[in-house]
Design a protein around this ligand. Structure first.
Ligand code: BTN
Length: 248
């Protein structure tokens, strides 16, 4: 993972660079890293602020031989790799807000955007886009209450290349085991749950219909199991957005 490596002083979004490289036949493990993204993309059509010299903005090309329906597990594995690597390098404890936001002291430190090219049976390529706020000193008015950086939480300057290497190393181990296991999340569930912040907390499930619930567990498929406050029924949340609320 990480070879070949394409470095862009400035690009619109590393996810598009990797998608283009994938269409040209680039191998699995190809990495695109940008110093500055002018049109960084977040999940759900949001923008991702990626100014120069402040973070790690990177995208990794994967070509897993697993059913397309299993591809969303890659994001969960990236979450495990990121929490473990960040803790090793910085000594600070981070957690995962299901499915894949990495939080530090309650604020978002890392975002993951996974995009895929596939047909019904086969994955052609997956682009795993990762944004880590490392040196950011100031966030916009809109983000300052919900986002943070390693610098803001520790006052320390962490080496971005070293952290990138640690993330790739941690992800490689998980990815190889995952592909060998035929694309099953079950062997990694416990490791994910150890870092998952939602379990046992009250959450707001946002989707076609918003409702309050208690997060009970992560299923062997990687979905969030919740008990609705209004009906008392147990439901499985497949994707979408949850916000964590303080338990009353
Ligand atoms: C999110 O909304 O939480 C996902 C943010 C993902 C940001 C990263 S930065 C590198 C890659 N390129 C992008 O345009 N987005 C991802």
């Amino acid at each position: 993972m990480g070879q070949p490596l394409y470095f862009y002083p400035e690009t619109d979004t590393t996810n598009d660079r990797i998608r283009e490289l994938a269409l040209e036949g680039a191998p699995e493990g190809t990495l695109a890293v940008a110093e500055l993204q002018t049109a960084g993309r977040g999940r759900r059509g949001r923008a991702w602020q990626a100014p120069a010299e402040s973070g790690i903005w990177m995208s990794l090309l994967l070509r897993p031989e697993i059913p397309p329906a299993q591809a969303s597990v890659l994001t969960l594995l990236a979450g495990i790799a990121l929490t473990e690597a960040i803790e090793d390098v910085t000594g600070m404890e981070v957690g995962i807000k299901w499915p894949n936001d990495i939080l530090l002291n309650g604020r978002k430190l890392v975002g993951i955007l996974t995009e895929m090219d596939c047909d019904m049976e086969r994955i052609h390529s997956v682009t795993l886009g990762i944004g880590i706020n490392v040196q950011t000193e100031v966030f916009s008015e809109e983000l300052k209450e919900i986002a943070t950086s390693l610098f803001l939480e520790s006052g320390k300057r962490f080496d971005r290349a070293a952290l990138t290497g640690a993330v790739l190393e941690a992800f490689t181990e998980l990815y190889e085991a995952f592909v060998s296991a035929g694309g099953s999340f079950a062997p990694f569930r416990k490791r994910y749950c150890r870092k998952c912040l939602n379990i046992g907390r009250e959450v707001l499930v946002l989707g076609a219909e918003a409702y309050a619930a208690e997060a009970l567990d992560i299923t062997p498929e990687g979905e969030l199991l919740v008990r609705r406050k209004d009906t008392g029924k147990t439901e499985v949340v497949f994707s979408g957005e949850v916000s964590i609320r303080e338990k009353k």
